[in-house]
Design a protein around this ligand. Structure first.
Ligand SMILES: [Zn+2]
Length: 339
């Protein structure tokens, strides 16, 4: 599907969801501020502002944009709409850090065959100099293969000349591994947006996720004590409800990242809709037990976005008393906290 068609499709789906959810909320205050009919609208899940169909035009003041979840470079599909402001801000400050981490870390850890790109590399011999992006591949611990991505024939010729010289010099900037904190914020963002894609506006219209949003929009600040991030290899992809320990009642989101030909699973814990995020992640960072009992969701094929009946299920069973008709598998999840 073409991007504009896809944006419209997501808008239709999510605005239908909003039309069903809206009567549960008293939005008088906002409706006075907004001078257009906001019944046919969607909310940006990060800044929580309303957008109508006008925002589908990419020429509008603040357009709605496709958000791949996980990021496209990590194998994700376009799943939700974000306003352009949130998209560019979190793309640059959050997603890029995760991608850098996944690519830089193996290289910095001296993994054989790991590779990295260095922009603005300078290669020079006695009588020639060329600049550009180079790819470094680690052949052995301290032995690299490198190649210049010569942009044009002129640079290619220079590069050939330099390589034939008796001696040449190469200057490049080394990459630092991005901080674990930023990487975890990126993983939290993926889990949060996947949950929005699954559960719709009811999920985000909950002040218990205010600090999760604040953390994603202010990645440099350490707002949440833990980000509930864990690397996990055994659980199938999907959503799980944590039933034990009680303080950690929450939603476990398992997703996969694809990069450099490998797939890796991550599990991120989102606080339960009835628990305040700031306290939840604080308790999580102090939890020494490290084992969680999980209930596997049996709502994989349930549409929580456009079916009124199912949205009611979410509200009644997940949002309120947590007695959703779940498959009682009693799975245990060993949490290896990456924080
Ligand atoms: Zn936004």
């Amino acid at each position: 599907m073409k991007p504009d068609k896809l944006r419209r499709h997501l808008f239709e789906t999510f605005s239908k969801n909003w039309q069903i959810v809206r009567p549960a909320y008293d939005f008088k205050e906002q409706s006075e501020i907004i001078d257009w009919d906001f019944r046919k609208a969607v909310i940006c899940p990060l800044c929580m502002r309303f957008f109508n169909t006008a925002a589908l035009s990419q020429e509008s003041v603040l357009p709605l944009t496709l958000e791949h979840c996980p990021p496209e470079e990590l194998g994700g599909k376009p799943k939700v709409l974000l306003c352009k402001e949130c998209n560019s801000k979190t793309g640059h400050d959050v997603d890029v850090k995760l991608m850098e981490f996944l690519h830089v870390q193996p290289f910095n850890n001296e993994e054989i065959n790991s590779s990295i790109e260095n922009k603005n590399t300078v290669i020079k011999s006695k009588d020639a100099e060329v600049r550009g992006t180079t790819v470094f591949k680690r052949l052995e611990k301290n032995k690299f293969y490198f190649d210049l991505k010569a942009k044009d024939e002129y640079r290619k010729a220079l590069y050939d000349k330099i390589q034939k010289a008796d001696e040449f010099q190469i200057t490049y900037k080394t990459h630092e591994t991005p901080s674990a904190h930023l990487v975890h914020v990126a993983l939290l963002k993926i889990a949060y947006l996947l949950a929005f894609h699954k559960f719709g506006h009811l999920f985000i219209l909950n002040s218990n996720y205010d600090f999760v949003r604040k953390q994603i929009l202010n990645p440099e600040q350490k707002i949440l004590k833990s980000k509930g991030v864990s690397q996990n290899t055994s659980l199938p992809l999907g959503f799980y409800l944590i039933s034990q320990p009680l303080f950690a009642k929450g939603i476990l989101v398992v997703f996969e990242l694809t990069y450099a030909g490998t797939k890796e699973k991550y599990a991120v814990i989102l606080n339960h809709p009835s628990l305040k995020d700031i306290a939840f992640y604080g308790d999580l960072s102090n939890y020494n037990g490290r084992t969680f009992s999980l209930e596997k969701e049996d709502f994989r094929d349930i549409d929580f976005l456009t079916s009124k009946e199912n949205i009611g299920l979410y509200y009644r069973d997940i949002n309120r008393d947590y007695s959703f008709n779940i498959q009682r598998l009693g799975l245990d999840f060993i949490y290896k906290n990456l924080d």
